[in-house]
Design a binder for this molecule. Structure first.
Ligand SMILES: Cc1cc2nc3c(=O)[nH]c(=O)nc-3n(C[C@H](O)[C@H](O)[C@H](O)COP(=O)(O)O)c2cc1C
Length: 357
């Protein structure tokens, strides 16, 4: 029976986590999603300890969060124990509820310095980092790992055991190897095996895009929590929908108006938080994901991708949603020729493999 769980005294209720995604889960995206409901824990993008401890303004900005996001975890990455400890202390100081260590990032520039998934093949370093951090902070320490480094060195259960022995209080597994990147399917049987092995709570990550996926993964693995990443970009209501299913309620279905309002809300948050050009860039990213599967969505994405100002973006959104609401065919901005299926590049696994975990 799926129920809320605790990471020490931090209640994760509902037991659903917005999975950290570099370049995506910034303060605006997290707030947008949290407001849609169903999220028990938000996590920052992975933050470089080298940046944090050298006062890099970008890294410091990445630690910001809103009270309404709580409980909130800061995720850091790096390969050097002293810097990891210093960054962990900074996260505690800014008020994070949980400190999470990234042991999954496959990016060469992260792995080269021993961080991210590099820690999966260097247990001495991992142990040193965990112990050093554990001594320094009072908030719970958690870890997010991959199945292993190479496809032939799958060691998630051993990594989980080591982490637990070092005082880690929650283990999240993305069931792909570093070598695998984002190819194939995530191995959820490893989540089951870890859950059977350790006594701290265990959550799984990978390929959950529907309510049914989430319910099936819980049934199969008996895990405590489920992380959803890419699925939340396409459907920000997925957490609420899973929560509805868990509570035996009718599952919420967003209307066109809900979608329009969410896009506009996001754009407003972005513009409050950053200059116009990056805000427009991020807006394009979400609009692209968000309208997949919607009628006229491909053309809408094309027109949004070709917009260069705030006004243009707002006009395109208005045109699209008005056309959808009235049942009129949508031809894009003053353009009678529908550019069928000219898909805007999705921020998907390729990009993810480059920057994320
Ligand atoms: C664009 C992108 C960026 C990511 N960045 C991070 C990250 O910063 N830290 C992390 O632990 N995982 C990161 N991941 C991995 C996700 O958290 C998640 O484990 C993975 O995408 C599988 O789950 P999903 O199928 O629900 O997306 C990233 C994934 C994507 C797609």
């Amino acid at each position: 029976m799926t129920k809320p769980f605790k990471i020490r005294d931090v209640e994760i209720n509902p037991p659903l986590v917005l999975s950290p995604m570099a370049g995506v889960t910034d303060i605006s995206f997290r707030r947008l999603l949290k407001r849609r409901g169903g999220i028990g824990l938000t996590v920052s993008e992975f933050i470089s300890v080298e940046g944090l401890t050298r006062n890099n303004p970008k890294s410091k900005r990445q630690m910001r969060f809103f009270e309404e996001e709580r409980p909130f975890a800061v995720q850091i990455f790096g390969g050097q124990a002293t810097r990891m400890r210093m960054a962990a202390e900074m996260a505690e100081e800014v008020g994070a509820d949980i400190l999470d260590i990234n042991c999954g990032c496959p990016a060469p520039k992260v792995v080269k310095h021993g961080g991210g998934s590099g820690l999966l093949r260097d247990y001495a370093r991992l142990e040193e980092i965990l112990k050093e951090i554990k001594k320094a902070i009072r908030i719970p320490l958690t870890i997010k790992i991959r199945a292993g480094y190479f496809d032939h060195t799958i060691n998630a259960v051993e990594t989980a055991k080591l982490a637990e022995a070092c005082g880690v209080e929650h283990i999240a597994l993305h069931g792909r190897t570093k070598e695998q990147g984002y190819r194939g399917r995530a191995n959820w049987d490893l989540v089951r095996q870890i859950k059977e092995t350790v006594s701290v709570p265990v959550s799984g990550s990978g390929d959950v895009v529907t309510v049914e996926d989430a319910l099936a993964r819980w049934r199969e693995t008996n895990c405590d929590g489920i992380l959803i990443g890419r699925g939340a970009m396409a459907n920000p209501w997925i957490f609420r929908q899973v929560e509805d299913a868990l509570a035996g309620r009718e599952i919420f279905q967003p209307t066109l108006e809900d979608k329009r309002a969410a896009l506009l809300e996001y754009f407003e948050m972005l513009r409050e938080d950053m200059p116009e050009i990056p805000a427009i860039g991020k807006m394009k990213q979400l609009a692209g994901q968000f309208t997949r599967g919607l009628q006229g969505g491909a053309l809408f994405r094309t027109t949004i991708y070709h917009s260069h100002s705030v006004t243009e973006i707002l006009d395109r959104i208005t045109e699209y949603f008005e056309a959808m609401a009235s049942g009129r065919p949508y031809f894009g901005e003053g353009n009678a020729q529908a550019v069928e299926e000219e898909e805007a590049p999705a921020l998907d696994s390729c990009e993810a493999a480059r920057i994320g975990s």
